[in-house]
Design a protein around this ligand. Structure first.
Ligand SMILES: [Zn+2]
Length: 466
């Protein structure tokens, strides 16, 4: 049995693992590379023969786990893509969006290169098209959690809830290898315990090999704190002075989490009923997917449904569709809450809302997600007195706030808690999906604390599993 690491090796994105057993070969995840330094890897031809694969197993719908599927299909893969029904629905939304963004980017680059009479580093064409996405979506085979699926000869897989985003899974693979039955667990992205809407991560008692993510392998999120109270405080204060709260959000999970908390605050009478706008076509679509798959929600969210309160809907919540509706929000007088994408203010409708609100001291810009270096969101958060939006410098007079603790990833203690679920020491643990230092530091700690055999594979490294 052989396992090859085709991505997420000493880096955070591009998850892709190629497993070859006696009678079957599968890919676990087929993710896009998103770090600037590794974008070129997206363009490399697949090092494996896609047409020879029996199946692809997808842990969840984030692009760094499924974003290269349409390219694999364009390269000849035609087999089933097993994933949960919720992941299939979310992946469809994300992959379409990804194809559109790539087409726009390619057109823009072609124009710029023509103007500057030069050539770029990579071919100026999209990685894949909407047609490739349509062909990919037809290959999705939705499966339920905790239900084994047979693949090829002597290989089977079971998906367990990962508690990371809706539909996310950890995958347990059983494979015949030289007359023996071997087990491998792929963690996918490990969620946080006690997160709203999604359930807690699953634990496993036994596995011969384990592949685990290590995004926050060196970080402690610290006490989660009472996110909801803090949200109520900041929003309540702004509304009381007649201002608007503008929240840059990511379309998946974060948007739904914020809506969930706002809904509970309104239901409990801790916030007044004012219009709350979800202004992002993709976030609206994703929220619809969430509502369709409410059977996957955790106990608290289920209890809200039983009490006839929708966890993702409350009086005052407006799903904004067209550009005209979005522009209409700007003319509105009086207090309101506006959630819009993109999460780091680099593009999208959030920029228009910032133009209209950032210069007024009554308003609040509230950050609930990570702001990378160099982004507009980071410039605002860093307290710059003026920021450039749509080509013009704007004075920042609105209050700037931030709530931490929304992360969808397990931190170091939670990753160790997940490993602690194993009753038997696995033969080997592979740490992936983390920056190099993070993987290496966590590896040292697991060796020291638990005495396990741990390795941190390199990109394209292949390991014989004896
Ligand atoms: Zn993820």
């Amino acid at each position: 049995m052989k396992l090859q690491f085709l991505g997420a090796a000493r880096q955070v994105t591009g998850s892709q693992y190629h497993l070859t057993a006696d009678g079957a070969r599968v890919l676990v995840d087929c993710g896009m590379f998103q770090e600037r330094a590794f974008l070129g890897r997206n363009w490399e031809p697949s090092p494996i023969r896609p047409e020879k694969l029996d199946a692809v197993l997808v842990t969840h719908a984030h692009l760094d786990h499924c974003g290269l599927l349409p390219k694999l299909v364009a390269e000849g893969f035609g087999g089933p893509v097993y994933t949960t029904a919720a992941s299939a629905d979310l992946a469809e939304v994300l992959l379409r969006d990804s194809a559109e963004i790539q087409a726009e980017d390619a057109a823009f680059k072609r124009k710029r290169h023509r103007k500057e009479h030069r050539k770029g580093k990579y071919p100026v064409r999209p990685l894949y098209t909407l047609q490739d996405v349509n062909r990919t979506v037809r290959l999705f085979e939705p499966i339920d959690y905790d239900t084994p699926v047979a693949i090829g000869d002597g290989l089977s897989a079971v998906f367990r809830d990962a508690g990371h985003i809706l539909g996310s899974a950890m995958i347990e693979v059983g494979a015949d290898d030289g007359g023996r039955r071997r087990r491998l667990v792929f963690s996918g992205d490990v969620g946080q315990w006690d997160k709203p809407i999604v359930r807690d991560p699953s634990l496993f008692a036994q596995s011969d090999y384990v592949v685990m993510e290590s995004t926050y392998g060196t970080r402690d999120h610290g006490p989660r704190g009472d996110i909801e109270s803090r949200l109520g405080e900041i929003v309540g204060r702004t509304l009381a002075r007649g201002g608007k709260v503008v929240i840059p959000i990511f379309a998946i999970e974060r948007a739904q989490e914020v809506i969930y908390h706002l809904g509970r605050l309104v239901d409990a009478g801790r916030l007044p009923r004012v219009p709350v706008f979800l202004d992002s076509p993709m976030a609206v679509e994703v929220t619809e997917v969430f509502r369709r798959h409410r059977d996957l929600f955790d106990v608290e969210a289920q209890a809200m449904i039983a009490n006839h309160n929708s966890p993702l809907g409350f009086p005052g919540l407006v799903m904004v569709g067209s550009t005209e509706e979005s522009k209409g929000i700007n003319g509105l007088k009086g207090p309101a809450v506006i959630l819009a994408t993109s999460g780091m203010c680099t593009a999208g409708r959030i920029k228009h809302h910032l133009v209209h609100t950032i210069g007024n001291a009554e308003n609040t810009i509230l950050f609930v997600g990570y702001q990378a270096h160099g982004t507009l969101g980071r410039q605002i958060l860093d307290g710059n007195p003026k920021v450039r939006i749509h080509g013009r410098l704007r004075e920042v007079r609105a209050a700037i706030e931030r709530i931490e603790g929304f992360s969808g990833h397990a931190d170091r203690p939670a990753l160790l808690r997940w490993l602690g679920g194993f009753r038997q020491v696995p033969e080997q643990l592979f740490l992936t999906h983390g920056e190099e230092e993070s993987c290496l530091a966590l590896a040292r700690q697991v060796r020291d604390k638990l005495g396990w055999k741990v390795s941190v594979p390199e990109y394209r490294e292949a390991v014989e599993l004896e």
